[in-house]
Design a protein around this ligand. Sequence first.
Ligand SMILES: NC(=O)c1ccc[n+]([C@@H]2O[C@H](COP(=O)([O-])OP(=O)(O)OC[C@H]3O[C@@H](n4cnc5c(N)ncnc54)[C@H](O)[C@@H]3O)[C@@H](O)[C@H]2O)c1
Length: 434
Amino acid sequence: MTPSSDQRIAVVGLGYVGLPLAIAFTEAGLQVEGIDANGPRVAELAAAHSPIDDISDQRLATALADGLSVAEPPSAHLADADVVFVCVPTPITRSKDPDLGPVLNAATLIREHLREGQLVVLQSTTFPGTTSGPFREELERSGLVAGRDFDLAFAPERVNPGDPASAAKGVPRLVGATSQAATSRAAALLRCINDNVIELSSPDAAELAKLLENVFRNVNIALVNQLALLCERMGLDVWEVIDAAATKPFGFMRFTPGPGVGGHCIPVDPYYLAWRAREFDFIDRFVELAGDINFAMPRHVVDLVAEALNERGRALRGARIGVLGVAFKPNVRDARNSPAADVIAGLIGRGANVVYHDPHVPTFRDVTGTRHESQPLDDVLAADAVVVVTAHKAVDMDDVYARADLVVDTVNSSGGRDVRPRQVLRLGAGWSGG
Ligand SMILES: NC(=O)c1ccc[n+]([C@@H]2O[C@H](COP(=O)([O-])OP(=O)(O)OC[C@H]3O[C@@H](n4cnc5c(N)ncnc54)[C@H](O)[C@@H]3O)[C@@H](O)[C@H]2O)c1
């Protein structure tokens, strides 16, 4: 079945996932309405100001000119849509249990306008059983029944913000629905924007495949983080070891250690699986262990800063520490769940005065809620010690290593550079430069 270009698409949730999706369908010639509960975000989008790095203002403006409309809930025309995609957040609570609040709120919104023949596609990362369980139940409170009156599918997203290749049409998409017909219908639609759509037997399989991808990443990051700690004790350089192992052309995938994990996915999604597993009297020990290791990394970074200052005969208390980069990864402005929030709070908690510089993140809250403002690079480089948490391309690292007196490098940004003796303490490797 080839979807006709007069199909009307609604996308609920216009963030890192929903906005590119809405624009991709618009560019494919379909009629798209984007809906977001955040009024200021809708106003920003309507004025062609893109809040995310991968969508330029120009591309958004073109999509708006080509018919993309954006609205807040009461004024949205959900009943007009043939297909509704849901791309709202799936956070965890403080005790690391899934918080389906946004997903269920979106389902309530759709339910109020649900009509026969519609297809609803959940795209938010979640535990197996969400689409066919609580999401479906909320939609069916309309009196309509999934599989009989409307179609229901799950199609996870694989976009990797800051990495344009991940948004390419050739990156395969998965889809599983509550019936074979619904799977085929959702897949046919996704083929308007993607050349490689893979149909699965159920939404649960698609939900678990997405979680496997993220758990795989989290576990492998934990593995190299643990190795980094061991290398520090052994006097080995974990970066050299990883590069060496990565020369094997099969059976090995390169992951790198760092100050911790951040973003919406890796620190969050694995707990959706662990929570669901407990319902089956099953403890997902990989998820728990990887979380323990990765969430302990910011504290280790604070210890490294104390160790580096100790080398200069100084205490962390009263020292001025410059944090370089607070986004959760290079070259993006996304600072959600960034390990920098723990590093900064940990440094302050041990009596340090902290300034940060990030060309992409003008203001930042640490985990205590304290708000910080990005300071000029010069202020950070003049600190008693600089901690490199995120090395953006926009920051000249040659300049950093030429001017900073003492650096704790958590991401190997100094690797391969000439640095002064006892200038750089590298995570997973110890002192560089003799
Ligand atoms: N960011 C990524 O790299 C990425 C990649 C793959 C999958 N995902 C998954 O996609 C989902 C969305 O993530 P994101 O990064 O786009 O989130 P986001 O926070 O960037 O965007 C979500 C948007 O949904 C809106 N929203 C929340 N509740 C709503 C509601 N009830 N009705 C209408 N709008 C609502 C918010 O205002 C926000 O603009 C999550 O489940 C995430 O795990 C994210």
